[in-house]
Design a protein around this ligand. Structure first.
Ligand SMILES: Cc1cc2nc3c(=O)[nH]c(=O)nc-3n(C[C@H](O)[C@H](O)[C@H](O)COP(=O)(O)OP(=O)(O)OC[C@H]3O[C@@H](n4cnc5c(N)ncnc54)[C@H](O)[C@@H]3O)c2cc1C
Length: 413
């Protein structure tokens, strides 16, 4: 029985049936060569593959397992979700990236603050795999998010929006965008913001892809010029968007972290124990004959196990206190920096092959095993969703009880 589950309840055996059925499903469904199939795929190929994978998960009830049945979920309990993510990782399942915003950011906000009509309009679309993006960050508002300047001006039954967003992941494919815009210029910064759903096909929305370090254009600049958003797309009260946006940072994101961390744990351990063992030095001797390599593997293996313990604490918080608490920040910091250490080690250990950035390989994530690409890509995890410096502020203040760092009201937390 896994330690994570052991921490959740005394009787891990009650999950055996689920565990076995997910395991059988993985064996029957996950193409063993999915990594090779993806190698060389362009962005379009990556999106197609992701859509295919989403459909498989949905058929099995694993796409939105935690959602209420009335909206298409199967109401999995938290321990059941942990079992699911553990088994998907054990089965080497691909990571589903394209619906992260719709399922883990937009849906919680709509469930929390949306009207019955809004839930009826948006949740079935999300459940059927619609891609959404998140228009929060701006060129001058990232960590200090409440400093955002995109304006939404009420005009009868609609708002007119002007401004610019940046780093909008999946903006090219997204059909809807959760958008933060300023509706009151005179109120304190975080009190004058509203939360909208913006149709990405609206006239006046212009998406310009940004090329990242590996040559991909996963995120974009999004410009809005006189974009009309119907007033019925306002989620929560006018000027009350800050509180709604905080709902997107709740326990569902902690659950998403469980899936990510489980993937790292499983892949990291497998890599350290098996993949690296197959590599050789230039003289043909196994890399594992080198004592410095063995020492490094021992250290990283220990760190992967520490990740499991930190994760266990977060899951325990979720289970017993209903929220992940500041442990979520600890997991995010530890996960992202361990990922970087692992990827650096893998690319260095792989010799010249580990330094090559092969063209045309989609950066679906660190799990491509194209280590130079995965290493570069791993840096996005210390920035996206709040930088690790901001996370450290949270840990300092909320876990360690240190004096609060002076910063503007409405900075990311
Ligand atoms: C891969 C990726 C995908 C993303 N996707 C999206 C998306 O879909 N939608 C979206 O809205 N945004 C997205 N972002 C943007 C992300 O949320 C921001 O990059 C992040 O919040 C940081 O903001 P910034 O880039 O403006 O950096 P800044 O806030 O300008 O920070 C610059 C540096 O200063 C440090 N710093 C700032 N304030 C403090 C402080 N108070 N204390 C200590 N250090 C501080 C930061 O840690 C950082 O090192 C994405 C980012 C990445 C990398």
């Amino acid at each position: 029985m896994d330690a994570t589950i052991a921490a959740i309840g005394p009787d891990g055996g009650e999950f055996d049936e689920l565990r076995n059925s997910v395991r059988r499903w993985c064996a029957a469904t996950i193409p063993p060569d999915w990594r090779e199939q993806q190698r060389g795929a362009d962005h379009h190929g990556y999106i197609e593959f992701q859509r295919w994978w989403r459909d498989r998960l949905a058929e099995a009830g694993y796409f939105i397992p935690h959602w209420p049945r009335e909206w298409g979920g199967v109401e999995m309990s938290l321990p059941e979700q942990v079992v699911l993510y553990e088994e998907l990782s054990r089965g080497d399942a691909p990571r589903l990236g394209i619906t992260q915003v719709s399922v883990f950011n937009a849906a919680p906000a709509i469930i929390h603050a949306g009207s019955p009509a809004q839930k009826q309009r948006y949740l079935p679309a999300i459940a059927s795999g619609e891609i959404w993006c998140q228009g929060f960050s701006e060129p001058n508002a990232g960590s200090d998010l409440a400093g955002l300047q995109t304006r939404a001006v009420r005009d009868g039954d609609h708002y007119v929006v002007n401004g610019q967003k940046i780093w909008t992941s999946m903006a090219r494919e997204a059909e809807q965008c959760i958008l933060l815009a300023r509706t009151d210029l005179d109120a304190p910064k975080n009190k004058g913001i509203s939360f909208f759903v913006m149709d990405m096909r609206s006239p006046g929305v212009e998406v310009r892809p940004i090329k990242n370090l590996v040559g991909d254009s996963e995120f974009c600049e999004t410009f809005m010029t006189d974009v009309v958003i119907p007033a019925e797309n306002l989620i929560g009260p006018e000027h009350g968007g800050w509180a709604v946006s905080q709902a997107t940072l709740g326990s569902e994101r902690a659950v998403a972290l469980i899936g990510l961390a489980e993937l790292l744990r499983r892949n990291g351990r497998d890599f350290l124990l098996t993949a690296a063992a197959a590599w050789t030095m230039p003289d043909g001797s196994p890399v594992l004959d080198d004592s410095a390599v063995r020492e490094a593997i021992g250290g990283l293996y220990g760190e992967v196990e520490i990740l499991r313990l930190v994760l266990t604490r977060m899951v325990t918080n979720l289970l017993h206190h209903g929220g992940a608490g500041p442990e979520a920040s600890v997991v995010k910091i530890y996960y992202s920096e361990l990922l970087q250490r692992l990827m650096r080690f893998a690319s260095e250990l792989h010799g010249p092959a580990g330094q090559l950035l092969r063209p045309g390989v989609s950066s679906s994530g660190w799990e491509t095993h194209d280590f130079a690409r995965d290493f570069i890509h791993s840096y996005s995890w210390t920035i996206g969703g709040g930088t690790n410096e901001i996370m450290r502020n949270i840990v300092g203040e909320q876990v360690l009880g240190l004096a609060r760092e002076p910063r503007p009201e409405g900075a990311r937390r």
